[in-house]
Design a protein around this ligand. Structure first.
Ligand code: PHB
Length: 390
């Protein structure tokens, strides 16, 4: 009898340690290649969160396992996610800069019993692909619709839209068109360009020829957006008085030193500016600057990752470290907290973030550097795009 009891105790202790000890979080993002700064921002946000909140939840050590997908590559993303779940034994999947990389992984979640925390990818429909997804970034519907209102308020009448031809671009175009038209504005033409486009001169010519008084544009942040804003200036559109309106992807802070004067005065709508004035953001920026090394490289994917870690820590707390994906996701439905970006919550129905969207203007600071200055707030915005895809 004594032997049996001792055996049982040993078995329980073993089980306990199998769950406890180390919980692995697999993070997929662009850590090399042209979008490496965006991946570096994922890592800075994660490091900042762990520096401020510790690398343990209860008794469990949290370990981050990174995998590099340099450009949108769904097959590579899926293969690496599979490897992370099966070989590395990660209990959580997170990161995902590009929509196609997130989409490709959604069929693995149920079978692997793994929640997915999307730290950037911004197409509304992603979240509908599995009940095990939570998003801590934004959608382009959420960030683009307010810009249509701003345009109307500021007297813009005719707009041409230009977007990258994939999920978040198409969503952004639809959001702007639907909202601007409902406000009484006119969209005179809509251009969708391949994601790989890097010569924007022919597009700028079409913008000129369209007779629009403004161009609304979305491209994924990175070398693409930098090239686009430069081309807008170099092709004389700014001089000609054609306004450039966009979600904040086009004026990410890490691009502002290179854009300089070319971006000054540009209006964007977005969920986060590094200049956001709050105690929570000061704390975050200080930790994230330390984590990233070069402060000029800090940009918005860091805040999606920071808040994503907050959600993962809450999930681990709620499951006591056990692997139960549904229980983990259920535990964060309705969760609300003060993010560096402002007050946020996870909508219990959609599992997407409800948050403020800010109107910002690129301004010159006293020290001669450029920043996104928040000038107005659209409070408590959900994702209008989900009504379209459901
Ligand atoms: C996306 O692929 O969903 C994406 C990438 C970069 C952005 C926005 C959206 O800036």
């Amino acid at each position: 009898m004594k032997k049996i009891l001792l055996g049982a105790v040993a078995a329980i202790a073993l089980c306990g340690s199998a769950y406890a000890d180390t919980i692995k979080v697999g993070v997929i993002g662009p850590f090399s290649g042209p979008f490496a700064i965006q991946g570096k921002n994922f890592k800075a946000g994660i490091d900042a969160y762990m520096a401020l909140n510790g690398s343990k939840v209860g008794d469990d050590d949290i370990q981050i396992v990174y995998r590099d997908v340099p450009q949108a590559d769904p097959a590579q993303s899926k293969a690496l996610a599979q490897e992370l779940v099966v070989k590395e034994g990660v209990q959580y999947l997170a990161g995902f800069y590009f929509t196609p990389d997130a989409m490709a992984v959604t069929p693995l979640l149920k079978q692997g019993n793994v929640p997915m925390v999307v730290m950037n990818a911004a197409t509304s429909a992603i979240i509908t692909k599995s009940p095990l997804i939570v998003r801590t970034s934004f959608t382009t519907w959420q960030t683009s619709a307010p810009m249509a209102k701003v345009a109307k308020e500021r007297g813009v009448k005719k707009v041409i839209t230009v977007v990258s031809d994939y999920g978040p671009g198409v969503d952004s175009e639809n959001a702007f068109k639907a909202t601007f038209t409902a406000e009484g504005g006119e969209v005179v033409d809509s251009i969708r360009m391949p994601l790989s486009t890097n010569d924007f001169s022919p597009i700028m010519q079409r913008v000129k020829d369209s007779g629009a008084d403004a161009v609304f544009a979305f491209l994924p942040s990175g070398p693409t957006t930098l090239g686009f804003v430069k081309a807008y200036n170099d092709n004389g559109l700014k001089k000609a008085g054609v306004q450039l309106l966009a979600p904040g992807d086009l004026t990410q802070e890490s691009d502002l030193p290179a854009l300089g004067e070319a971006a000054e005065g540009m209006l964007t709508t977005f969920h986060y500016a590094i200049s956001h004035d709050s105690a929570e953001n000061k704390k975050f920026v200080e930790a994230a600057h330390k984590a990233i090394g070069n402060p000029a490289e800090l940009s918005f994917p860091s805040v999606g990752a920071y808040d994503g870690m907050h959600v993962i820590y809450k999930m681990i707390e709620a499951t006591g470290g056990e692997q139960d994906a549904q229980k983990a996701v259920d535990a964060v439905k309705g969760l609300s907290w003060e993010s560096p970006r402002g007050p946020v919550s996870i909508d219990p129905e959609t599992r997407h973030m409800t948050q403020n969207i800010y109107l910002r203007e690129v301004a010159k600071a006293d020290d001669g550097t450029y920043y996104n200055k928040e000038i107005a707030t659209f409070e408590n915005q959900g994702d209008p795009g989900l009504a379209e895809v459901k």
